[in-house]
Write a protein that binds this ligand. Structure first.
Ligand SMILES: *Cc1c(COP(=O)(O)O)cnc(C)c1O
Length: 570
């Protein structure tokens, strides 16, 4: 039994997130959002901030991916056993789901930093004997099930989380909602801040939303419509009951349906997007609210390859907890940086040989592309013109892909299948592999092990993107559409290269696919390939700039200092 009571000594920031990716053996994340949450928590520990994180236990994980002969994704549950590594806390909370009492318990994982800081993560769990069998599975599947299942999960996360914190004795300075999934916590806050009805003329005057607003921070993560949960009110009434009166819920969460984003927007003092551009795009999507921007980061120590860790530690001691020191990357000799990179490349190529049987050539320019497979990310864009790709790339490039599609995302699965087909088409001409089951562990191997990091989303839908920051940290330059964080990190030919036109306007339906494809091929052929093969010192300069001009800034330590100064103490 650890002494968890040490965490309740000071008022805390309570950070709520549906998914948290903190380490590979806790598979409660699906992609960038969860990894960001994990990296946020690690940075908070590095900075010794008083924070507690709340999420769901997701006992069946997200899923484990394999790809069959025909290129179709297959999914199997990624079950894990919290009893083996986490500590069950002695307090339970009670919530109501479809008028049934549902008990919620919490498992503790403590994230520790070398600075001595610690942040507890509470994993909420309804799998208890005393619950109705149908309620025991509410916290099983991350992003699984239908709308009703999702709403039940959000009740557990928002209200279960709120009540567990209260039960444990946490005093909360701010509630930080990482995405709208946790917005229902505001209903508990509304109830708690309510004035006695006897003191008012009208029952309606007893509610004081402005007092809730002072306590909440909301970060929105995507302009993609499907990323904003909405529930019809008949479903809400059936499942949630009358926690607060319908008229009030509609006032705060939208007339026609309960929109979790709107609920959070209406009840938060500070609202932000996750990159400058995304802040502007969100502002255009939600007029009438003041939307700020705090650009995402990555946790440096988590995402540096062991080869780079060794190098940085030799030349820039304490870079991990003070990543600003990476600005001094020029103290590292070129030859040593190149050697460290080749070490990371060799590790990846060995893994590829073992898992796919393909031996890639360590001398060839190797391009990486790995992220969630969502259509807007356009994973197969580079295959638009196979002949042209062959002409440019044969004997000069090889490609490494990875990524999972959401089990219910058929168009996403078609993209994987299409990539697998193109791989077969190009067999013997350009070596390309698709690595199965993209997760944190594979990411730490894959990203540092390629020479160039490709990203070609449909702008402006990539709110931030963080894998490009992981690449930059490892001296892997970005070749990317000007969207998300890259608008802020990109200096053409200095930190990497852009694809397509500059970012213009804030409308969410822009399409520059033809220009993007043309630019992708032209730059690859005329700029990137020549630099890589004919001017190695010039290439290493770009690698160093990725570290010294991108990674020193785009990290979660810098990001957290901004949340503290701009959001938490507001
Ligand atoms: C970093 C990371 C992501 C996010 O990548 P984006 O480029 O931001 O989409 C997704 N999945 C894993 C496993 C990651 O490590």
């Amino acid at each position: 039994m650890s002494d968890w009571k040490r965490f309740i000594a000071d008022p805390v920031i309570a950070y709520f997130s549906m998914e948290i990716g903190v380490s590979n053996d806790i598979p409660t994340y699906s992609g960038g959002l969860g990894i960001l949450a994990g990296d946020t928590i690690k940075a908070a520990a590095d900075l010794q901030l008083p924070m507690v994180a709340v999420t769901l236990i997701s006992r069946k994980g997200y899923f484990q991916q394999s790809i069959d002969e025909e290129g179709w994704q297959r999914e199997t549950p990624n079950e894990w056993f919290p009893e083996k590594t986490l500590e069950l806390l002695p307090v339970k909370a009670l919530v109501s789901v479809e008028q049934r009492d549902v008990k919620v318990q919490a498992w503790l994982k403590c994230v520790k930093s070398p600075t001595g800081g610690e942040v507890p993560i509470l994993f909420l769990d309804t799998d208890m004997d005393s619950n109705d069998p149908q309620d025991r599975t509410i916290t099983d599947h991350l992003y699984g099930g239908d709308n009703a299942y999702r709403l039940k999960q959000e009740i557990i996360l928002g209200m279960g989380g709120y009540r567990i914190l209260a039960g444990l004795g946490f005093r909360v300075r701010k509630y930080h909602m990482n995405e709208g999934h946790a917005s229902l916590l505001t209903l508990d806050l509304l109830n708690r801040t309510r004035r006695p009805v006897e003191d008012t003329w009208d029952e309606r005057d007893s509610w004081e939303p402005h007092r809730v607003v002072q306590q909440c921070v909301f970060t929105t993560h995507t302009p993609v419509t499907a990323g904003h949960d909405r529930f019809p009110y008949d479903l809400v009434q059936r499942i949630l009951g009358d926690e607060i009166p319908l008229y009030l819920l509609q006032e705060l969460g939208g007339r026609g349906e309960l929109n979790m984003t709107r609920l959070a927007l209406n009840l938060s003092r500070f609202v932000n997007g996750v990159a400058k551009k995304h802040g502007e795009v969100s502002q255009a999507l939600f007029p009438g609210y003041e939307i700020h921007a705090i650009t995402n980061g990555i946790h440096p120590f988590t995402w540096a390859s062991p080869h780079l860790v060794k190098l940085f530690s030799r030349y820039l001691p304490s870079w991990g907890t003070e990543p600003e020191l990476l600005v001094r990357v020029d103290t590292i000799p070129d030859a040593e940086l190149w050697e460290a990179h080749l070490g990371a490349k060799a590790m990846l190529f060995q893994y590829i040989a073992e898992t796919t049987g393909v031996s890639l050539d360590p001398d060839l320019l190797t391009i990486g592309f790995a992220r969630r497979v969502a259509t807007y990310k356009r994973g197969n864009l580079i295959f638009t013109d196979l002949e042209r790709l062959l002409r440019i790339g044969k004997g000069r490039i090889q490609l490494v892909f990875a990524g999972k599609a959401h089990p219910q995302d058929q168009p996403g699965k078609e993209i994987i299948r299409n990539i697998i087909n193109e791989i077969k088409q190009l067999q013997g001409k350009i070596d390309i592999v698709y690595l199965e089951n993209y997760d944190m562990e594979l990411a730490t191997l894959l990203i540092p092990g390629v020479d160039l990091w490709l990203n070609n989303p449909l702008r402006p839908l990539e709110a931030s993107g963080t894998s490009g920051m992981k690449a930059a940290l490892n001296g892997v330059p970005n070749f990317s559409v000007l969207d998300g964080w890259w608008i802020e990190g990109h200096i053409e030919g200095v930190t990497g290269w852009s694809i397509g036109p500059p970012p213009l306007g804030n409308s969410i339906d822009q399409n520059h696919t033809d220009e993007d494809v043309r630019d992708l091929y032209e730059k690859l052929e005329n700029t990137i390939i020549p630099l890589f093969y004919e001017d190695r010192p010039g290439w290493i300069r770009v690698m160093k700039n990725a570290i010294g001009k991108n990674a020193y800034y785009f990290n979660t330590l810098v990001m957290m200092r901004r949340y503290v100064a701009e959001a938490y103490f507001r």
